[in-house]
Design a protein around this ligand. Sequence first.
Ligand code: SF4
Length: 426
Amino acid sequence: MTIAPDTLPEIPEAEVLREDNGYHAFCGLTCTGWLYQKMKDSFFLILGTHTCAHLMQNALGVMIFAKPRFGVAMVEEGDLSAPQIDITDIVKNIVEEHNPSIIFLLNSCTPEIMKVDFESMARRLNQQFNNVPVLPVRADGLEYTMTQSEDCVIESLLQFCPVAPAGDKRIVFMGAVNDVNTTDLKREAEKLGLPVAGFVPANTIGELPAIGPDTILAPLHPYVAKSITQFSRLRGAKVLQSQFPIGPDGTRVFFEDLARHFGKEINLAEREAEIWRNLESKVSAIRGKRIFITGDNMLELPIARFLRKCGAELIEVGTPYVNRKFHKRELQALNGLRVVEMPNMHRQIRDIRELKPDLVVTNFWEANPFEAEGIATKWSTEIIFTPIYGFTGASDLANLFARALNRHRKLDVLDWKEFLPNNQEN
Ligand code: SF4
């Protein structure tokens, strides 16, 4: 990965403790939920089992009636002992019914464990349907968190990005964000005189931007390290190393660093201050609160940095994975905090019960039991589906936490604790 500028200031970073847990994250297949909506000419076909189908139906079931552009090709026991799994008819139906420009073929745990030759399967389908590319993508819940699988999908898109000639110095934003955030980020860059080539992923395959040796790849998420590394290695593009554009503080640093790649020194202090002023009613609900992040969506580092700026006390910042190089600037901003990679879930639950934070940011299977014990929670999955990027996304971001805290405060007024087992106090 080529990271510029080379002269990054040497600032102390948060020390990262590593524990022993596996990921306690939502399955990688769930990235389908936001990616099929983002890429409007795509189809996501999962090679999975009944378990995967149930997950997709339950997690994304609300969209079933909208003729969604995703589906599960069910692997039965007999398929696993067959020389090859044949899904030609399923793909034929998808092509006829949905007319996609691209099909992502996602594998799941069972084919992965059974060592199904996924790449050859996609190659065969590509020969049969040669005007609709079928791209094999690893997104199984064994290896990837729900957000890291987005990284795998993006990585597969490089081949469709035209090659930009040397001298074409423009920004390519990396990471799926919704149309509102896309427009805001582009407008912000252009207002500062920074040329934008586009976004990966784009709304359609034909809109993917050109990438070449002078492209500046600007990561929007902390979980696109793999695709950024590939794009940089294969096309020689430069990679922006900065904070992620989450929260007014991160967005300011992101654009100031981006401008430096174009030889511009800009100062967005006043812009940042104005956004904080507008957020005050929400920030005041967060200020002084003790917050514990258990960690599963890979957005924990920038979220913790934002909450700290709001004046919260972060008891622990758990996260599935830290890439010391890619997350360097966020780790610098978290210096002094307890950051735990692959945290032990049982130890975290014990600590939360003992320390009684004001808010726990966690996955939903831990959130509901904590709520029942009187501990306020925020579902980490909700953060993924909220447009939190850029200066304009800051309001939605602050609102996620302020709303959870305010709701809990209102419940207290209702004297609901008398319904807790043994009438326990929070
Ligand atoms: S891919 Fe694995 S973790 Fe995901 S739903 Fe299927 S079986 Fe479960």
